[in-house]
Design a protein around this ligand. Structure first.
Ligand SMILES: Cc1cc2nc3c(=O)[nH]c(=O)nc-3n(C[C@H](O)[C@H](O)[C@H](O)COP(=O)(O)OP(=O)(O)OC[C@H]3O[C@@H](n4cnc5c(N)ncnc54)[C@H](O)[C@@H]3O)c2cc1C
Ligand code: SF4
Length: 435
């Protein structure tokens, strides 16, 4: 989608205290051209290299042409010292009485839903342990292991981007169901004085028609087959084809990603009475929205109504309490519903003090000098932006620190008492210094 000028007549958001809203392109990490080292088609059996974006529109959950990032590329560069253990689930971090992590316990499982887990328990010993199992699982592992509990913040402040979806039919076809899910949006509502009253949000233009709010188009086709004809009976043959082409091609949706405040009562805890197949207590989530977020949802709905009016689109947005919308809530006399974005954050938050945070600015647990908890769980604020690029930058920063820690552990031994060299042999070194 190309950048388009701001609407001329009226600016959406005038009622919400937002500055004028211009369309902006969204950053996206996917290959758009065949460059050096990338092939137009991977050779049979060749992993790790893919084709440029083919517009399959299935980026979530998977890119068939591997145009998105794939760990296969990183793994292709690993040296022989790296060993990857697959089908392995860490069940506990091992901590010695001095507070140093000494490794992890893990269990293994075979392929297939019916396969019983390997009854053996394995241990990977380590001088330095990095947990990177994302916000819920990293918090669960810390809680199960009784680790990093000094501040009492492990598992708390669970955040996501609650997403308010609105959907409508445009006056003419707009070419949905092609390319990545979103390539542009309105960013102005992320900033400004209105943040003090209500949650700010970014607005994504959805390229996937009504899939996120209502599911894939086959549901709408089934409806046309049942009741799509002028007499309320089913539509078939050329009439059905024409109706599908007309309706599906005009589907449009807006995705409002709301910032959520860090609330300690939104949290991951353990339920020892309910265990997974490895015997580890299952996580329990307590999650709700504050009135600040709910006011943000109300402002988003109002922006959506203005945008649809400017576009001449028929607004089909409708939220009903029930299983289709588990995130339904009523606010100031109106019904809303949200979906989760999958952007979990906050459960091992980073801070400047061990009294109030779980990890230091390097994502190292305050309570354990050689245990890192890396990922979105370290974020003390989710802001309005999708988190992965920031998370990757934080992880790279932690890598520098981890490298330094390991170098310190293995730096050349300091000579305490030089043993006189035997002529013809190198001098011997005694007494290695360890921090
Ligand atoms: C549907 C969806 C769409 C998204 N879209 C975007 C987007 O457009 N932009 C964006 O910035 N972010 C997006 N995100 C968020 C993004 O996926 C995450 O921020 C990112 O994947 C986090 O990376 P991670 O490596 O920390 O965790 P993950 O990618 O979750 O990796 C954690 C790994 O740890 C493994 N693991 C967990 N527990 C254990 C255990 N006990 N033992 C061993 N292994 C374990 C898991 O199997 C997994 O492989 C999206 C998320 C979802 C769900
Ligand atoms: S649209 Fe998404 S899934 Fe399709 S090729 Fe491009 S990156 Fe991959």
């Amino acid at each position: 989608m190309r950048r388009s000028p701001s609407p001329r007549r009226r600016t959406p958001g005038a009622c919400c205290g937002a500055p004028s809203a211009a369309t902006r392109r969204a950053p996206a990490g996917r290959a758009t051209a065949a460059g050096p080292g990338r092939r137009l088609a991977p050779a049979p059996g060749e992993g790790g290299e893919g084709r440029p974006c083919q517009g399959h529109a299935s980026c979530v959950p998977i890119c068939p042409s591997q145009a998105k990032y794939t760990p296969l590329r990183t793994q292709a560069r690993w040296g022989p010292s790296v060993r990857l253990v697959t089908r392995a689930v860490v069940t506990r971090v091992l901590i010695d009485p001095a507070g140093r992590a000494t490794g992890v316990r893990y269990r293994r499982y075979a392929e297939g839903p019916e396969a019983a887990p390997d009854p053996a328990e394995y241990t990977a010993g380590a001088e330095l342990v990095v947990l990177a199992a994302h916000a819920i699982e990293t918090a669960r592992l810390l809680l199960v292991s009784g680790a990093a509990g000094g501040s009492g913040q492990v598992g708390r402040n669970l955040m996501d981007h609650p997403v308010l979806l609105t959907w409508g039919l445009m006056p003419r076809p707009v070419g949905p169901y092609r390319g990545p899910g979103s390539t542009a949006g309105l960013e102005a509502f992320r900033f400004g004085a209105a943040r003090a009253r209500r949650a700010p949000f970014r607005v994504e233009f959805g390229n996937w028609g009504w899939t996120w709010p209502l599911g894939p188009p086959d549901g709408r086709v089934a409806e046309l087959l049942r009741t799509g004809g002028p007499d309320g009976r089913g539509l078939f043959g050329p009439g059905l084809r024409a109706a599908v082409g007309d309706r599906i091609g005009r589907e449009f949706s807006l995705q409002f990603e709301l910032e959520q405040d860090a609330d300690p009562s939104n949290r991951v805890t353990l339920d020892p009475s309910r265990r997974d197949r490895f015997g580890t207590p299952r996580p329990v989530l307590h999650y709700d929205l504050s009135d600040w977020v709910r006011r943000g949802a109300a402002a988003a709905r109002s922006v959506s109504e203005q945008v649809f009016a400017l576009l001449g689109a028929e607004d089909h947005t409708r939220f009903d309490p029930g299983p289709a919308w588990p995130g339904y809530f009523a606010f100031e006399g109106r019904g809303y519903a949200y979906r989760a974005a999958g952007h979990g954050a906050g459960t091992h938050l980073m801070g400047a003090s061990p009294a109030t945070s779980v990890v230091d600015p390097w994502q190292r647990c305050w309570d354990h000098p050689n245990l890192y908890a890396v990922g979105c769980g370290s974020m003390p604020s989710i802001s309005t932006a999708n988190p992965s690029l920031t998370m990757a930058a934080l992880a790279l920063r932690s890598c520098d620190r981890i490298h330094r820690d390991l170098l310190a552990l293995h730096r050349p031994a300091a000579v305490r008492d030089a043993v006189p060299a035997v002529p013809g042999r190198p001098a011997r070194t005694e007494g290695a210094e360890r921090p």
